[in-house]
Design a protein around this ligand. Structure first.
Ligand code: ADP
Ligand code: ASP
Ligand code: MG
Length: 440
Protein backbone atom coordinates (compact mmCIF):
# COMPACT_ATOMS: atom_id res chain seq x y z
CA UNK A 1 0.00 0.00 0.00
CA UNK A 2 1.20 3.48 -0.83
CA UNK A 3 2.02 5.69 2.14
CA UNK A 4 2.67 9.39 1.72
CA UNK A 5 4.23 11.72 4.27
CA UNK A 6 3.22 15.34 3.71
CA UNK A 7 5.13 18.27 5.14
CA UNK A 8 3.40 21.64 5.08
CA UNK A 9 5.55 24.75 5.42
CA UNK A 10 4.95 28.05 7.17
CA UNK A 11 2.78 29.73 4.54
CA UNK A 12 0.60 26.60 4.42
CA UNK A 13 -0.07 27.10 8.14
CA UNK A 14 -0.35 30.89 8.02
CA UNK A 15 -4.07 31.22 8.74
CA UNK A 16 -7.25 29.22 9.16
CA UNK A 17 -8.26 29.51 5.52
CA UNK A 18 -5.03 27.98 4.23
CA UNK A 19 -5.27 25.26 6.89
CA UNK A 20 -8.67 24.41 5.42
CA UNK A 21 -6.98 24.06 1.99
CA UNK A 22 -4.47 21.71 3.65
CA UNK A 23 -7.36 19.64 5.00
CA UNK A 24 -8.79 19.37 1.45
CA UNK A 25 -5.42 18.22 0.13
CA UNK A 26 -5.19 15.53 2.82
CA UNK A 27 -8.80 14.42 2.35
CA UNK A 28 -8.24 14.13 -1.40
CA UNK A 29 -5.83 11.22 -1.17
CA UNK A 30 -6.20 8.46 1.40
CA UNK A 31 -2.52 7.63 1.10
CA UNK A 32 -1.64 10.97 2.74
CA UNK A 33 -1.44 9.46 6.20
CA UNK A 34 1.30 11.29 8.07
CA UNK A 35 1.49 15.05 8.22
CA UNK A 36 4.39 17.18 9.44
CA UNK A 37 3.79 20.89 9.95
CA UNK A 38 5.79 24.09 10.36
CA UNK A 39 4.88 27.03 12.54
CA UNK A 40 2.58 29.62 10.95
CA UNK A 41 4.57 31.76 8.53
CA UNK A 42 3.84 35.07 6.83
CA UNK A 43 0.29 35.79 5.62
CA UNK A 44 1.43 38.72 3.47
CA UNK A 45 4.75 40.38 2.74
CA UNK A 46 5.76 42.40 5.77
CA UNK A 47 3.99 39.98 8.14
CA UNK A 48 6.01 38.24 10.84
CA UNK A 49 6.72 34.51 11.17
CA UNK A 50 5.63 32.88 14.43
CA UNK A 51 9.09 31.34 14.89
CA UNK A 52 10.66 34.81 14.73
CA UNK A 53 8.20 36.06 17.37
CA UNK A 54 9.15 33.09 19.56
CA UNK A 55 12.83 34.01 19.36
CA UNK A 56 11.72 37.49 20.54
CA UNK A 57 9.82 35.80 23.40
CA UNK A 58 12.98 34.07 24.45
CA UNK A 59 14.90 37.37 24.47
CA UNK A 60 12.16 38.88 26.63
CA UNK A 61 12.37 35.94 29.05
CA UNK A 62 16.17 36.26 29.24
CA UNK A 63 15.99 40.01 29.90
CA UNK A 64 12.90 40.36 32.08
CA UNK A 65 12.27 36.88 33.49
CA UNK A 66 9.05 36.30 31.56
CA UNK A 67 7.54 36.93 28.13
CA UNK A 68 4.58 39.24 27.95
CA UNK A 69 4.22 41.46 24.90
CA UNK A 70 5.77 39.02 22.44
CA UNK A 71 3.64 36.12 23.62
CA UNK A 72 0.51 38.25 23.21
CA UNK A 73 1.22 38.19 19.45
CA UNK A 74 1.36 34.39 19.49
CA UNK A 75 -1.88 34.24 21.45
CA UNK A 76 -3.67 36.55 19.01
CA UNK A 77 -2.46 34.68 15.97
CA UNK A 78 -3.56 31.25 17.22
CA UNK A 79 -6.86 32.59 18.47
CA UNK A 80 -7.63 34.03 15.05
CA UNK A 81 -6.56 30.76 13.37
CA UNK A 82 -8.98 28.76 15.54
CA UNK A 83 -11.73 31.33 14.92
CA UNK A 84 -11.21 31.16 11.14
CA UNK A 85 -11.29 27.37 11.27
CA UNK A 86 -14.48 27.47 13.27
CA UNK A 87 -13.48 24.44 15.36
CA UNK A 88 -14.33 23.67 18.94
CA UNK A 89 -10.84 23.62 20.41
CA UNK A 90 -9.75 25.20 23.67
CA UNK A 91 -6.61 26.82 22.27
CA UNK A 92 -6.31 29.19 25.24
CA UNK A 93 -5.66 26.37 27.71
CA UNK A 94 -2.88 25.08 25.42
CA UNK A 95 -1.50 28.63 25.10
CA UNK A 96 -1.60 29.18 28.89
CA UNK A 97 0.36 26.01 29.47
CA UNK A 98 2.82 26.89 26.69
CA UNK A 99 3.45 30.37 28.13
CA UNK A 100 4.02 28.88 31.57
CA UNK A 101 6.55 26.37 30.24
CA UNK A 102 8.38 29.04 28.20
CA UNK A 103 8.75 31.18 31.35
CA UNK A 104 9.80 28.22 33.47
CA UNK A 105 12.28 26.54 31.11
CA UNK A 106 13.92 29.74 29.83
CA UNK A 107 15.39 27.74 26.98
CA UNK A 108 15.80 29.11 23.46
CA UNK A 109 15.24 25.84 21.58
CA UNK A 110 12.19 24.97 23.66
CA UNK A 111 10.64 28.40 23.07
CA UNK A 112 11.40 28.37 19.32
CA UNK A 113 9.81 24.93 18.95
CA UNK A 114 6.40 26.01 20.25
CA UNK A 115 5.19 27.37 16.89
CA UNK A 116 5.34 23.89 15.39
CA UNK A 117 3.89 22.36 18.57
CA UNK A 118 0.89 24.69 18.48
CA UNK A 119 0.18 24.39 14.75
CA UNK A 120 0.40 20.59 14.97
CA UNK A 121 -2.06 20.58 17.88
CA UNK A 122 -4.50 22.67 15.80
CA UNK A 123 -3.97 20.67 12.60
CA UNK A 124 -4.54 17.36 14.43
CA UNK A 125 -7.85 18.78 15.61
CA UNK A 126 -8.81 19.94 12.10
CA UNK A 127 -8.05 16.53 10.60
CA UNK A 128 -9.34 14.44 13.50
CA UNK A 129 -5.87 12.84 13.50
CA UNK A 130 -3.58 11.66 16.27
CA UNK A 131 -1.11 14.27 17.54
CA UNK A 132 2.37 12.81 18.02
CA UNK A 133 4.82 15.10 19.82
CA UNK A 134 8.22 15.20 18.07
CA UNK A 135 9.76 15.42 21.53
CA UNK A 136 8.70 11.80 22.11
CA UNK A 137 9.80 10.31 18.79
CA UNK A 138 12.68 12.27 17.20
CA UNK A 139 15.94 11.88 19.04
CA UNK A 140 19.42 13.38 18.83
CA UNK A 141 22.57 11.64 20.07
CA UNK A 142 25.16 13.18 22.36
CA UNK A 143 26.96 14.77 19.39
CA UNK A 144 23.77 16.54 18.36
CA UNK A 145 23.22 14.30 15.32
CA UNK A 146 19.79 12.80 14.76
CA UNK A 147 19.58 9.24 16.04
CA UNK A 148 17.96 7.36 13.15
CA UNK A 149 17.59 3.99 14.80
CA UNK A 150 15.99 5.22 18.00
CA UNK A 151 13.73 7.68 16.14
CA UNK A 152 12.57 5.12 13.54
CA UNK A 153 11.51 2.75 16.29
CA UNK A 154 9.68 5.38 18.32
CA UNK A 155 7.89 6.81 15.27
CA UNK A 156 6.68 3.37 14.20
CA UNK A 157 5.41 2.60 17.68
CA UNK A 158 3.62 5.95 17.88
CA UNK A 159 1.81 5.61 14.53
CA UNK A 160 0.70 2.04 15.14
CA UNK A 161 -3.09 1.87 14.93
CA UNK A 162 -3.47 5.54 13.93
CA UNK A 163 -5.39 6.18 10.73
CA UNK A 164 -3.70 9.56 10.36
CA UNK A 165 -1.14 11.37 12.49
CA UNK A 166 0.21 14.91 12.74
CA UNK A 167 3.77 15.68 13.89
CA UNK A 168 5.24 19.08 14.67
CA UNK A 169 8.37 19.71 12.57
CA UNK A 170 11.63 21.46 13.49
CA UNK A 171 12.43 19.76 16.80
CA UNK A 172 13.08 16.59 18.74
CA UNK A 173 14.67 15.60 22.03
CA UNK A 174 18.39 16.01 22.73
CA UNK A 175 20.58 13.51 24.57
CA UNK A 176 20.18 15.67 27.71
CA UNK A 177 16.41 15.06 27.62
CA UNK A 178 15.58 18.63 26.57
CA UNK A 179 13.85 19.87 23.42
CA UNK A 180 16.32 20.58 20.64
CA UNK A 181 15.61 22.26 17.30
CA UNK A 182 17.20 21.73 13.91
CA UNK A 183 18.59 24.79 12.13
CA UNK A 184 16.12 27.24 10.58
CA UNK A 185 13.85 25.69 7.96
CA UNK A 186 14.36 22.32 9.68
CA UNK A 187 10.78 21.06 9.42
CA UNK A 188 11.83 19.76 6.00
CA UNK A 189 14.25 17.45 7.84
CA UNK A 190 11.52 16.31 10.25
CA UNK A 191 9.33 15.38 7.26
CA UNK A 192 12.15 13.36 5.76
CA UNK A 193 12.77 11.59 9.08
CA UNK A 194 9.12 10.55 9.37
CA UNK A 195 9.07 9.48 5.69
CA UNK A 196 12.03 7.23 6.23
CA UNK A 197 10.74 5.80 9.53
CA UNK A 198 7.41 4.72 8.03
CA UNK A 199 9.09 3.69 4.77
CA UNK A 200 6.92 6.06 2.78
CA UNK A 201 6.45 5.62 -0.95
CA UNK A 202 6.62 9.40 -1.37
CA UNK A 203 7.64 12.43 0.69
CA UNK A 204 5.44 15.34 -0.37
CA UNK A 205 6.79 18.75 0.57
CA UNK A 206 4.01 21.34 0.27
CA UNK A 207 5.10 24.96 0.04
CA UNK A 208 4.16 28.26 -1.60
CA UNK A 209 5.80 27.78 -5.03
CA UNK A 210 4.94 25.28 -7.78
CA UNK A 211 8.17 23.34 -7.45
CA UNK A 212 11.89 23.78 -7.44
CA UNK A 213 12.64 26.63 -9.83
CA UNK A 214 15.77 27.05 -11.91
CA UNK A 215 16.76 29.89 -9.58
CA UNK A 216 15.42 31.98 -6.72
CA UNK A 217 12.13 33.64 -7.82
CA UNK A 218 13.02 36.65 -5.68
CA UNK A 219 15.99 37.27 -8.00
CA UNK A 220 14.63 36.31 -11.43
CA UNK A 221 10.98 36.95 -12.23
CA UNK A 222 9.11 33.63 -12.77
CA UNK A 223 12.06 31.33 -13.42
CA UNK A 224 11.43 28.04 -15.19
CA UNK A 225 10.26 25.13 -13.10
CA UNK A 226 12.59 22.14 -12.83
CA UNK A 227 10.44 19.11 -13.62
CA UNK A 228 12.78 16.59 -12.04
CA UNK A 229 16.13 16.68 -10.34
CA UNK A 230 18.41 14.17 -8.71
CA UNK A 231 19.25 14.01 -4.99
CA UNK A 232 22.76 15.15 -5.90
CA UNK A 233 21.58 18.22 -7.80
CA UNK A 234 19.20 19.01 -4.96
CA UNK A 235 21.99 18.80 -2.43
CA UNK A 236 24.22 21.17 -4.45
CA UNK A 237 21.45 23.69 -5.06
CA UNK A 238 19.95 23.71 -1.58
CA UNK A 239 23.35 23.89 0.09
CA UNK A 240 24.18 26.89 -2.08
CA UNK A 241 21.09 28.85 -1.12
CA UNK A 242 18.01 27.41 -2.83
CA UNK A 243 16.25 27.26 0.51
CA UNK A 244 12.96 25.93 -0.82
CA UNK A 245 14.11 22.69 0.79
CA UNK A 246 16.53 22.45 3.74
CA UNK A 247 19.87 21.17 2.46
CA UNK A 248 19.97 18.35 5.03
CA UNK A 249 16.54 16.99 4.25
CA UNK A 250 17.75 14.45 1.71
CA UNK A 251 19.87 12.44 4.14
CA UNK A 252 17.08 10.55 5.91
CA UNK A 253 15.25 9.70 2.66
CA UNK A 254 18.32 8.95 0.55
CA UNK A 255 19.06 5.66 2.28
CA UNK A 256 15.55 4.41 1.56
CA UNK A 257 15.41 5.85 -2.00
CA UNK A 258 12.23 7.76 -1.24
CA UNK A 259 11.43 10.41 -3.86
CA UNK A 260 10.48 13.94 -2.75
CA UNK A 261 7.68 15.77 -4.50
CA UNK A 262 7.62 19.57 -4.10
CA UNK A 263 4.04 20.82 -4.40
CA UNK A 264 2.21 24.11 -4.07
CA UNK A 265 -0.50 24.27 -1.37
CA UNK A 266 -2.06 27.23 -3.18
CA UNK A 267 -2.13 25.47 -6.58
CA UNK A 268 -2.41 21.78 -5.71
CA UNK A 269 -3.18 20.83 -9.31
CA UNK A 270 0.26 22.06 -10.53
CA UNK A 271 2.78 19.31 -11.24
CA UNK A 272 5.57 20.55 -8.97
CA UNK A 273 9.04 19.02 -8.96
CA UNK A 274 10.01 15.42 -8.41
CA UNK A 275 13.33 14.83 -6.72
CA UNK A 276 14.52 11.38 -7.54
CA UNK A 277 17.07 9.02 -6.10
CA UNK A 278 19.98 8.69 -8.53
CA UNK A 279 18.96 5.13 -9.41
CA UNK A 280 15.68 6.29 -10.98
CA UNK A 281 16.88 9.61 -12.28
CA UNK A 282 16.67 10.25 -16.00
CA UNK A 283 18.49 13.38 -17.12
CA UNK A 284 16.30 16.16 -18.50
CA UNK A 285 18.54 16.80 -21.48
CA UNK A 286 19.20 20.36 -20.28
CA UNK A 287 22.81 21.41 -19.81
CA UNK A 288 22.08 23.29 -16.62
CA UNK A 289 19.45 22.21 -14.11
CA UNK A 290 19.55 25.18 -11.76
CA UNK A 291 21.53 28.08 -10.29
CA UNK A 292 21.84 29.12 -6.66
CA UNK A 293 23.90 31.66 -4.75
CA UNK A 294 24.94 32.41 -1.22
CA UNK A 295 26.56 35.57 0.15
CA UNK A 296 29.00 36.12 3.01
CA UNK A 297 32.24 34.25 2.33
CA UNK A 298 35.89 35.13 2.91
CA UNK A 299 38.70 33.94 0.65
CA UNK A 300 42.25 33.53 1.98
CA UNK A 301 44.70 33.53 -0.92
CA UNK A 302 48.11 31.94 -0.37
CA UNK A 303 51.03 32.09 -2.80
CA UNK A 304 54.36 30.34 -2.41
CA UNK A 305 56.87 29.49 -5.14
CA UNK A 306 57.26 25.76 -5.71
CA UNK A 307 54.36 25.08 -3.37
CA UNK A 308 53.62 21.87 -5.24
CA UNK A 309 57.03 20.39 -4.29
CA UNK A 310 56.52 21.01 -0.58
CA UNK A 311 55.03 17.84 0.74
CA UNK A 312 52.36 18.56 3.36
CA UNK A 313 51.86 22.24 2.41
CA UNK A 314 48.08 22.02 2.07
CA UNK A 315 47.82 19.85 5.17
CA UNK A 316 49.71 22.43 7.22
CA UNK A 317 47.38 25.22 6.08
CA UNK A 318 44.32 23.10 6.78
CA UNK A 319 45.64 22.15 10.22
CA UNK A 320 45.63 25.82 11.20
CA UNK A 321 41.95 25.99 10.24
CA UNK A 322 41.20 22.73 11.99
CA UNK A 323 42.82 23.94 15.19
CA UNK A 324 40.71 27.09 14.98
CA UNK A 325 37.59 24.91 14.60
CA UNK A 326 36.66 26.56 11.28
CA UNK A 327 35.00 24.53 8.50
CA UNK A 328 36.34 25.00 4.96
CA UNK A 329 33.96 25.36 2.00
CA UNK A 330 36.33 25.13 -0.99
CA UNK A 331 40.03 24.89 -1.72
CA UNK A 332 40.71 25.97 -5.31
CA UNK A 333 44.42 25.54 -6.08
CA UNK A 334 47.06 26.22 -8.73
CA UNK A 335 50.75 25.40 -9.11
CA UNK A 336 52.08 27.98 -6.70
CA UNK A 337 48.81 29.17 -5.25
CA UNK A 338 45.91 27.97 -3.18
CA UNK A 339 42.84 29.67 -1.78
CA UNK A 340 40.67 28.69 1.11
CA UNK A 341 37.02 29.74 1.07
CA UNK A 342 35.35 30.07 4.46
CA UNK A 343 31.95 31.29 5.60
CA UNK A 344 32.62 34.76 7.07
CA UNK A 345 30.32 34.11 10.03
CA UNK A 346 32.83 31.50 11.24
CA UNK A 347 35.68 34.05 11.36
CA UNK A 348 34.34 36.52 13.91
CA UNK A 349 35.91 37.63 17.19
CA UNK A 350 39.51 37.81 16.00
CA UNK A 351 39.53 34.30 14.50
CA UNK A 352 40.57 35.54 11.05
CA UNK A 353 43.61 37.36 12.46
CA UNK A 354 44.63 34.31 14.48
CA UNK A 355 44.29 32.09 11.41
CA UNK A 356 46.42 34.42 9.26
CA UNK A 357 49.11 34.45 11.92
CA UNK A 358 48.94 30.65 12.13
CA UNK A 359 49.32 30.28 8.34
CA UNK A 360 52.34 32.64 8.34
CA UNK A 361 54.00 30.55 11.03
CA UNK A 362 53.10 27.21 9.46
CA UNK A 363 54.12 27.77 5.81
CA UNK A 364 55.75 31.23 5.50
CA UNK A 365 53.87 32.18 2.32
CA UNK A 366 55.26 34.68 -0.23
CA UNK A 367 51.84 36.33 -0.41
CA UNK A 368 48.91 36.10 1.97
CA UNK A 369 45.81 38.04 0.99
CA UNK A 370 42.24 38.15 2.23
CA UNK A 371 39.14 39.06 0.22
CA UNK A 372 35.95 39.50 2.19
CA UNK A 373 32.30 39.90 1.18
CA UNK A 374 32.37 37.22 -1.47
CA UNK A 375 29.28 35.44 -2.80
CA UNK A 376 29.44 31.94 -4.24
CA UNK A 377 27.23 31.02 -7.14
CA UNK A 378 26.73 27.41 -8.14
CA UNK A 379 25.59 26.43 -11.62
CA UNK A 380 24.44 22.84 -11.32
CA UNK A 381 23.42 20.04 -13.67
CA UNK A 382 24.27 16.47 -14.64
CA UNK A 383 24.20 17.65 -18.27
CA UNK A 384 27.21 19.90 -17.75
CA UNK A 385 29.84 17.20 -17.90
CA UNK A 386 28.69 15.97 -21.29
CA UNK A 387 28.19 19.30 -23.08
CA UNK A 388 31.18 21.05 -24.53
CA UNK A 389 31.71 24.74 -23.82
CA UNK A 390 29.53 25.10 -20.74
CA UNK A 391 32.13 27.06 -18.77
CA UNK A 392 32.89 29.22 -21.79
CA UNK A 393 29.21 30.17 -22.01
CA UNK A 394 29.06 30.84 -18.30
CA UNK A 395 32.11 33.12 -18.26
CA UNK A 396 31.04 34.92 -21.42
CA UNK A 397 27.67 35.66 -19.82
CA UNK A 398 29.43 37.02 -16.74
CA UNK A 399 31.82 39.12 -18.83
CA UNK A 400 28.94 40.62 -20.81
CA UNK A 401 27.26 41.55 -17.54
CA UNK A 402 30.59 43.14 -16.47
CA UNK A 403 30.94 40.88 -13.46
CA UNK A 404 34.42 40.30 -12.18
CA UNK A 405 35.22 36.66 -11.30
CA UNK A 406 37.09 36.42 -8.01
CA UNK A 407 37.34 32.65 -7.78
CA UNK A 408 36.47 29.54 -9.77
CA UNK A 409 35.95 26.02 -8.52
CA UNK A 410 34.73 23.21 -10.69
CA UNK A 411 33.52 20.53 -8.31
CA UNK A 412 35.14 17.14 -8.70
CA UNK A 413 31.66 15.67 -9.21
CA UNK A 414 31.55 17.54 -12.59
CA UNK A 415 28.06 18.42 -11.51
CA UNK A 416 28.74 22.07 -10.81
CA UNK A 417 30.81 25.13 -11.49
CA UNK A 418 31.15 27.51 -8.58
CA UNK A 419 32.21 31.10 -9.10
CA UNK A 420 33.06 33.64 -6.44
CA UNK A 421 32.00 37.25 -7.05
CA UNK A 422 31.56 40.33 -4.87
CA UNK A 423 28.46 40.10 -2.66
CA UNK A 424 26.93 43.07 -4.46
CA UNK A 425 27.28 41.30 -7.85
CA UNK A 426 25.56 38.12 -6.66
CA UNK A 427 22.02 38.73 -7.92
CA UNK A 428 23.19 40.20 -11.23
CA UNK A 429 25.46 37.25 -11.79
CA UNK A 430 22.61 34.79 -11.19
CA UNK A 431 20.47 36.76 -13.68
CA UNK A 432 23.24 36.70 -16.29
CA UNK A 433 23.80 32.95 -15.98
CA UNK A 434 20.06 32.31 -16.02
CA UNK A 435 19.65 34.38 -19.22
CA UNK A 436 22.46 32.43 -20.89
CA UNK A 437 21.15 28.96 -20.12
CA UNK A 438 17.41 29.50 -19.90
CA UNK A 439 17.09 32.28 -22.46
CA UNK A 440 15.27 35.06 -20.65
P1 ADP B 1 8.07 26.75 3.59
O1 ADP B 1 7.61 27.69 4.64
O2 ADP B 1 6.96 26.14 2.81
O3 ADP B 1 9.07 25.75 4.10
P2 ADP B 1 10.22 28.31 2.41
O4 ADP B 1 10.04 29.79 2.54
O5 ADP B 1 11.16 27.66 3.34
O6 ADP B 1 8.77 27.66 2.48
O7 ADP B 1 10.64 27.93 0.93
C1 ADP B 1 9.90 28.39 -0.17
C2 ADP B 1 10.52 29.66 -0.73
O8 ADP B 1 11.85 29.35 -1.21
C3 ADP B 1 9.85 30.21 -1.95
O9 ADP B 1 8.76 31.06 -1.59
C4 ADP B 1 10.97 30.97 -2.66
O10 ADP B 1 10.91 32.35 -2.39
C5 ADP B 1 12.25 30.42 -2.05
N1 ADP B 1 13.20 29.89 -3.06
C6 ADP B 1 14.53 30.16 -3.11
N2 ADP B 1 15.11 29.53 -4.13
C7 ADP B 1 14.14 28.82 -4.76
C8 ADP B 1 14.12 27.97 -5.89
N3 ADP B 1 15.21 27.68 -6.58
N4 ADP B 1 12.93 27.42 -6.25
C9 ADP B 1 11.81 27.69 -5.57
N5 ADP B 1 11.76 28.50 -4.49
C10 ADP B 1 12.91 29.07 -4.08
N1 ASP C 1 9.56 27.34 11.82
C1 ASP C 1 10.96 27.03 11.63
C2 ASP C 1 11.66 28.21 10.96
O1 ASP C 1 11.05 29.23 10.74
C3 ASP C 1 11.19 25.74 10.92
C4 ASP C 1 10.55 25.63 9.54
O2 ASP C 1 9.72 26.45 9.17
O3 ASP C 1 10.90 24.68 8.84
O4 ASP C 1 12.82 28.13 10.70
MG1 MG D 1 11.13 25.89 4.44
Amino acid sequence: MAVKVCKFGGTSMADGNVMNCVKKIIDNDKDRKYIVVSAPGKRYSGDIKITDVLYECHKEVAEKGSCGAAFALIRNRFNSIVRELNIDFDINSVLDETEMRINAEKDEDFTASRGEYLSARVMAEVLGAKFIDAEDVIFFDKNGAYDAEKSDKAINEAVRGAEKAVFPGFYGRGANGKVKTFSRGGSDISGAIVARAVNATLYENWTDVSGFLACDPRIVDSPKRIKALSYKELRELSYMGANVLHSESIFPVRKANIPIHIKNTFRPEDDGTLIQPSVYYTPSGNTVTGIAGKKGFTVIFIEKSLMNYQIGFIRKVLSVLEDAGVPVEHIPSGIDTMSVVIESAALKEGKLERILQGIKEAVAPDTLRVTEDIALIATVGHGMSSSVGTSARLFKAMAEAKINVKMIDQGSSELNIIVGVKNEDCDNCIRAIYREFFGK
